[in-house]
Design a protein around this ligand. Structure first.
Ligand SMILES: Nc1ncnc2c1ncn2[C@@H]1O[C@H](COP(=O)(O)OP(=O)(O)OP(=O)(O)O)[C@@H](O)[C@H]1O
Ligand code: NI
Length: 328
């Protein structure tokens, strides 16, 4: 896979590159394996917000946990995930992940800011502690500067988590994720439980955090959220990325029937949810072997239960890629 792309004369190395990342969980007791992530390949370039979207349970969070080295013991991981400095995340020992990667090279914006923060200490105390650990040479004004960067007043930092509104807590969480100045920010459902205006402000904040040195991987099942800020999108279905490309192009002209189905379920798309449910992940190997792809039984383009001759492998077609899915 070519790691360097020339875009209008500017060379942009990916800050994060996934090459056929796969994760399986052994269930034990003869109950088989959960195939949670299958051959996921992605490139995250500086200045970009890449949204990884897909229904609940399709493997988005497992992919994030694999990058952070936070998978449970029954997980088996394959493939590669490289950072720009050459760190191979999947092979790195916990010592390297905890000392050099988490917070410094990979910042994490958690799903729920309020449960992420320690209730008995002020936001300032928590931010100062993280700054001391990640940026020991930072001056006394660093916390205030970070607060300002995420749209908080310095005085807000002197509150305890229960004194912060949901939006303020989420801003503190973003500030904590940015404290180590990481080139890659991973945000897993960062807007869960927030109302729409707050969803928008949090997303805009993440988009604003991207620059020539930084990119965001935004994990969400909220397609409207992805649409608002993503420059690139990867659509995941039943453990596989089935389509990816520049967000504007994918949203305007989806190639995979699953992407089209997700868009059709949005208010602007007519509120038509995709019928049926994703397959059980322990059945994926058998399904793909028998049917070609795992979306057939929900696919509007495949009449009845005729197996489709789709190839679940992602085909690279220039800027965009799609899992071939004839006759769609
Ligand atoms: N330790 C584990 N053992 C077995 N299966 C697991 C384990 N952890 C996760 N899974 C399964 O992996 C699949 C993918 O889960 P994941 O949390 O990545 O979904 P998701 O796309 O993030 O969904 P959501 O939008 O709900 O967060 C699920 O079917 C889940 O049950
Ligand atoms: Ni199909």
């Amino acid at each position: 896979m070519g790691a360097v792309t020339i875009t209008s004369g500017v060379t942009t190395e990916p800050l994060l590159e996934l090459d056929r990342l796969s994760v399986r969980f052994a269930l034990g007791g003869g109950r088989g394996e959960v195939r949670a992530v299958s051959d996921a390949s992605l490139r995250l370039r500086p200045g970009r917000v890449l949204a990884l979207v897909g229904e609940s349970g399709c493997g988005k969070s497992v992919l994030a946990s694999a990058l952070l080295g936070l998978l449970p013991g029954n997980a088996r991981v394959r493939g590669a995930a490289r950072l720009a400095d050459g760190t191979e995340l999947l092979a790195a020992p916990e010592r390297v992940l905890s000392r050099r990667v988490r917070g410094r090279l990979l910042g994490l914006v958690p799903q729920s800011a309020s449960t992420h923060l320690t209730p008995v200490r002020t936001a300032r105390a928590q931010l100062a502690e993280v700054l001391r650990a990640l940026r020991p040479d930072s001056g006394p004004d660093a916390a205030d500067a970070l607060a300002e960067e995420v749209g908080l007043r310095p005085a807000d930092l002197d509150r305890y988590p229960h004194e912060l509104s949901g939006g303020m807590a989420q801003r503190v969480a973003v500030a904590l994720a940015l404290a180590g100045d990481p080139p890659v920010v991973l945000a897993d459902e960062p807007t869960t439980g927030l109302d729409r205006p707050l969803v928008h402000r949090t997303l805009d904040l993440l988009a604003a955090a991207t620059d020539e040195q930084r990119a965001v991987l935004l994990i969400t099942h909220d397609l409207a959220a992805a649409r608002r800020v993503a420059t690139d999108v990867a659509v995941m279905y039943a453990s596989r990325i089935v389509e990816s490309g520049p967000a504007e192009e994918v949203f305007a002209d989806p190639w995979h029937p699953y992407t089209a189905g997700l868009l059709g379920a949005l208010p602007g798309g007519g509120f038509r949810p995709i019928p049926g449910h994703p397959p059980v992940l322990t059945e994926l190997d058998r399904l793909e072997e028998e049917w070609g792809c795992a979306f057939c039984h929900r696919c509007p383009d495949v009449p009845g239960f005729a197996p489709c001759t789709g190839n679940p492998e992602l085909l690279d077609l220039g800027d965009r890629s799609v899992a071939a899915h004839p006759p769609c």
